[in-house]
Ligand binder design. Sequence first.
Ligand SMILES: [Zn+2]
Length: 117
Amino acid sequence: MAKELNGIYCAKCNVQMKLGVLPKYEYEEGYPLHNVQAYRCPKCSKVFFSEEQAKEMEARTAEVKEYSFGFERKVTISGKSLVVGIPSELAVHLDIKQGTKVRIFPVAKEGFMIKPA
Ligand SMILES: [Zn+2]
């Protein structure tokens, strides 16, 4: 948890800004983040981010980007089955390990989705 900084003042209102959480904020256009920590002016609602908060948003945006673009994998073959490797980041994120049962759902004609069973 970030430590609250003292003495961040709104340049416009000269009022001390308060630490809060934004329900949604786009650090980079098109990549909305949720529950972002920020300082906010109680008068004009202008937001300010500390260096630490900006770094965290940058890292979170990179993660969102990766998930929205997807991971490219080559289909291989094992016996009679086609095999697609699950990226380790995703496996950890979804708690999929060797032996975990998953379910494959077709998604229209676009592809399929895999969910832990
Ligand atoms: Zn202000």
